[in-house]
Each structure stands twice: as structure tokens, then as C-alpha cells.
Design a protein around this ligand. Sequence first.
Ligand SMILES: Nc1ncnc2c1ncn2[C@@H]1O[C@H](COP(=O)(O)OP(=O)(O)OP(=O)(O)O)[C@@H](O)[C@H]1O
Ligand SMILES: [Mg+2]
Length: 147
Amino acid sequence: MEREFVMIKPNAVKRGLTSEIIKNYEQKGLKIVAMKMIKMKKSQAERLYTQHKGKDFYEPLLEFILSGPVIVMILEGPRAIETVRNINGETDPLKASPGSIRGKYGLSVRKNIVHASDSNKNAEEEWKIFFKEEEIIEYRNGLENEL
Ligand SMILES: Nc1ncnc2c1ncn2[C@@H]1O[C@H](COP(=O)(O)OP(=O)(O)OP(=O)(O)O)[C@@H](O)[C@H]1O
Ligand SMILES: [Mg+2]
């Protein structure tokens, strides 16, 4: 079992796409073990995007991610990182496969609807920016018998 950190970006929350997006992960069989809506603090955004500091898109990306509420969550399942990143699609929504979340709902690379961590190490580092240990809830869901 693996855990993945996922975030629904402000433009998707404002467009009312939250339930449509979560549905993709839930119906795939991934288990939501933590979730909340927040207005991110600048210090949190800087930690989240630390690997992009200095790039030309860094400052506009911070401004965008601070422009409204985001939904942050931790999803659990077999190869959750690869699974979620496939469901999300490529970074550029115009290159993302049409069935992916970015392929279905995105037009802009910066405002590409969702975020998901790219490794186990980064997933843990990123969810720790937003969640305390006690906010991660362990339970059994109905799909575990199918694995
Ligand atoms: N060339 C670019 N122009 C504008 N924004 C960009 C560009 N490249 C990346 N970004 C923004 O920075 C985020 C992080 O970039 P990264 O290369 O980590 O993409 P990703 O791993 O597909 O996406 P994410 O980390 O959000 O899941 C992207 O999701 C996008 O919002
Ligand atoms: Mg990334």
C-alpha cells in the first residue's frame, strides 16, 4: 500500500469541479485517508513548490495557488502515486489524455486543475505541510476485498 498527496487547485474549486474530481479517485478504488479545504499560507506554498524556486513560472504559480481555497487530501491504495498521476494526466492539459482530469478540465499549464506528488519521499514531505499525524484516519473500505 502506498499513500499519495493530492491537491485540487483554486480554479477547480471555484469552478465547482471538486466532486467531479474526487469521484475519479474514489471510484478507482483509492481510499481517502485525510481531506480538508484550506486557504493556503504563503509559507506553505513556498514549501510545496520549493523544487521550482527560481524557475520563470515560480512567482505566478505561487500567486495562483494563493488566489483561493484548495482541497488537500491523502489517498491510499496500491501504487497510489502512479495511479493518481495517471488519473490526473500530463502537466500540460493540452497534452494530457482526453480521459484524464487535466485532459477533461484544463487549458492552462499553470492552472492545471490538480496537483499530485511525484515520489514517496515528496508525498510525505508535502502532506506534512498540511496535515498533522492525527488527521490521517485509518479504516477499512469496501474495496479492500477486491485487491
Ligand atoms: N512551463 C510552465 N509554465 C507554467 N506553469 C508551470 C510550468 N511547468 C509547471 N508549471 C506549474 O507548476 C506545477 C508543478 O510543476 P511539475 O513539473 O511538478 O508538474 P507536475 O508534477 O505534473 O504537476 P504537479 O506537481 O502540480 O502535480 C505544475 O502543475 C504547473 O501548475
Ligand atoms: Mg510535480
